[in-house]
Design a binder for this molecule. Structure first.
Ligand SMILES: *Cc1c(COP(=O)(O)O)cnc(C)c1O
Length: 404
C-alpha cells in the first residue's frame, strides 16, 4: 500500500519533470541569435535606399522590390515586411515557393513570379493571389487550360534571349491577350547590358527600350490594355532613370550595393543594408615555420598570433576568398585571413591586435569603426558579383534586425 502510493507519487513527479524539461527545451533554451555567426539587417539603410530610388524615378513609377533568393540573403520576410511599412506594395520573386512564403507571412500587395512555374501548379497561383510571368506563347496556352482566372505579366524578349515572347512577334503577343483564363495586368522586358556605359552597350540598351515601347504602341493602337509597364532593374534605373514606366524592379540597389565597382550615370549615396559578423572561438600563438589550416598553404614566417573565427563557406563566405588578399575587421583593425577557409571556420592573423579574445566580434562584410569591408570588394576578390555573394549567404546565418 505504502509502496504503491509511493510509485504513484513518483510517476506524477516524473511526469511534471518531463513536462518541465520539454518546456525548457521549447521555450527557454533558445540560443541568442548572435551566438556564432550572423547577418545584421539595417532597416534604416533600407528606408534610406527606398527614398533614394523614389527620388530618382518619375513620380508615377513605383518600386517593385525584388526579394527573390531570400531577399538576396537579407531575409525575405524581414525585408518585405519593412517595405510594406514603408509603403511598397509590389514585389518580385523567382519562384512559386518564394511567393507562397511571402503570402503565408502576411505580405500585402502584388507579387510577381519572374521565372518558371509548372502550369500544373496554376491553382497555387490563384490560391495565393500571385502573378505569373508569361514565358512564351506555348506556356500561356498551358496556363490557360486552368479553369480559374490567373493574373499574368507578359514578358517581352527585346534582346536578352532568355525568356519572353519576341518583340517582333505581335501575333503571338496578341494571342495571349485573347486567352480566356489569363488576365494580362502588366508587360515587361529585361535589359542585358544596362550596367555598361560603353557606346555599343548603350546603343543596345536604347534599342531594347525602343523595341519594348514599339510593342506598347502597337497594342495600344489595337485597343489592348498592356497594364503596368516595367523595364528597369537597378542598373536600368541608375543609367536610364527617366523611362515612362509604372514599376522599376529593384533588387540589389535596394540593398545598398552594386554588382561591381563600375561607374553609373547617376551615383546616389546608397547604404549597405547587410553586415556579416561572427565570433572568435579561440586565440593562439603559432611559431615561425608552422602552418595554418588545410593544405598547409599558409606557413608563418615569424611568430604569429592567430584567432579562429566561427564562420566558413557553409555560411556563404566563398572558399575562394582564401588567399585573395582577404581580410576581416577586428577591434576596428584589418586582420588578414590566413590559409584556406574551412566549411565552418576560418583563421585570421591577430598578431597586431592586442585585445583579441575569444567571444570577440569579427566583421566579414560591413563597418567596424572607421574601417569597412564592402560587399563589392569581397565579391570582386572572389571573382564574382555581389548578387551571387549575397544570394548564397546560407540559412545558418541568423538574420538580426537593427535600426541604424
Ligand atoms: C533579379 C531580377 C531583377 C532585379 O535585378 P537587380 O539588378 O538586382 O536590381 C529585375 N528583373 C528581373 C527579371 C530579375 O530577374
Amino acid at each position: 500500500m505504502t509502496f504503491q502510493s509511493k510509485t504513484g507519487a513518483m510517476n506524477i513527479f516524473n511526469l511534471i519533470k518531463s513536462l518541465c524539461l520539454l518546456w525548457t527545451k521549447l521555450r527557454i533554451l533558445k540560443p541568442s541569435n548572435t551566438n556564432r555567426a550572423w547577418a545584421e539587417i539595417d532597416l534604416s539603410a533600407l528606408k534610406h535606399n527606398v527614398e533614394v530610388f523614389q527620388g530618382l524615378l518619375p513620380a508615377e513609377c513605383k518600386l517593385m522590390a525584388v526579394v527573390k533568393a531570400n531577399a538576396y540573403g537579407h531575409g525575405d520576410i524581414i525585408v518585405a515586411k519593412a517595405l510594406n511599412k514603408l509603403g511598397v506594395f509590389a514585389f518580385a520573386v523567382a519562384t512559386l515557393e518564394e511567393g507562397i512564403h511571402l503570402r503565408k507571412n502576411g505580405i500585402k500587395g502584388e507579387i510577381l513570379i519572374l521565372g518558371y512555374t509548372d502550369p500544373c501548379n496554376a491553382d497555387c497561383l490563384v490560391r495565393y493571389k500571385l502573378t505569373q510571368a508569361v514565358i512564351d506563347q506555348q506556356y500561356a496556352n498551358l496556363l490557360d487550360k486552368n479553369e480559374k482566372k490567373i493574373k499574368v505579366h507578359l514578358k517581352i524578349d527585346t534582346g536578352m534571349h532568355r525568356i519572353g515572347i519576341d518583340y517582333s512577334d505581335i501575333s503571338q503577343i496578341e494571342s495571349v491577350f485573347k486567352l480566356k483564363n489569363l488576365r494580362v495586368e502588366g508587360m515587361f522586358t529585361h535589359l542585358c547590358v544596362s550596367d555598361s556605359l560603353a557606346d555599343k552597350d548603350v546603343s543596345y540598351t536604347d534599342i531594347q527600350i525602343k523595341r519594348f515601347f514599339e510593342v506598347v504602341d502597337i497594342l495600344k493602337s489595337k485597343n489592348y490594355d498592356a497594364g503596368k509597364l516595367h523595364i528597369q532593374a537597378t542598373y536600368g534605373v541608375l543609367n536610364y532613370s527617366g523611362l515612362p514606366c509604372d514599376y522599376a524592379r529593384l533588387g540589389l540597389g535596394l540593398y545598398g550595393l552594386l554588382s561591381t565597382n563600375g561607374r553609373t550615370r547617376v551615383e546616389p549615396d546608397l547604404q549597405p543594408v547587410l553586415s556579416v559578423r561572427a565570433r572568435i572561438s579561440t586565440v593562439r600563438q603559432i611559431k615561425a615555420g608552422e602552418s595554418v589550416s588545410y593544405g598547409r598553404e599558409f606557413i608563418a614566417k615569424d611568430d604569429f598570433k592567430t584567432a579562429t573565427v566561427a564562420i566558413g563557406y557553409a555560411d556563404g563566405i566563398p572558399r575562394n576568398y582564401s588567399g585573395a588578399d582577404a581580410y576581416v575587421l577586428l577591434h576596428s583593425k584589418k586582420a588578414p585571413i590566413l590559409g584556406r577557409i574551412c566549411m565552418d571556420q576560418l583563421i585570421i592573423d591577430a598578431t597586431h591586435i592586442e585585445k583579441a579574445m575569444p567571444g570577440d566580434i569579427v566583421t566579414i562584410i560591413g563597418c567596424d569603426g572607421n574601417e569597412i569591408v564592402r560587399g563589392e570588394d569581397v565579391a570582386d576578390k572572389c571573382g564574382t558579383i555581389t548578387n551571387e555573394l549575397l544570394s548564397r549567404l546560407s540559412n545558418r546565418l541568423n538574420r538580426v534586425v537593427i535600426k541604424g
